[in-house]
Design a protein around this ligand. Structure first.
Ligand code: NI
Length: 131
């Protein structure tokens, strides 16, 4: 196994080490291998030649114009196969949906939703569908 070295700001390294110890990693190498695998996977679903699938989780302010999120969903209805709405509490709603299409289109859809006023957080899990 090749050995590589990298330079980091001390503060960043301290924060990284703290996270590793919280998560119970046995060492930095193990964590770096995981990060590199995630990065490669991320690049593959984004720019791979085939379709990808994304599960997108949108947390937004209940008072936000719902039409904005659902409007985008309608715009991308060819990609979105499933959608679930949950009223979380007095302030927040959550929309979870599954979309399938080229990584480029899925990324665009996610960026559009992130840009909606009142959207607090967008998280997603994506994978190349041909795996
Ligand atoms: Ni709601």
């Amino acid at each position: 196994m090749p050995i590589i070295s990298l330079s980091l700001e001390e503060k960043l390294l301290e924060r990284f080490d703290k996270k590793l110890s919280e998560k119970g990693y046995s060492g930095r190498s193990e964590a770096m291998r995981e990060l590199i695998r995630d990065y490669i996977s991320e690049q593959d679903w984004s720019y791979g030649p085939g379709d990808s699938v994304a599960v997108v989780n949108v947390l937004y302010d209940k008072e936000a114009p719902r039409e904005a999120v659902s409007g985008i969903q309608h715009e991308y209805e060819g990609l979105i196969t499933t959608s679930i709405h949950a009223h979380l509490d007095e302030e927040n709603c959550m929309e979870v949906f599954i979309a399938k299409g080229s990584g480029k289109k899925l990324k665009r859809l996610i960026e559009r939703i992130k840009g909606v006023r009142g959207v607090k957080q967008v998280k997603y899990v994506a994978t190349a569908s041909g795996i």
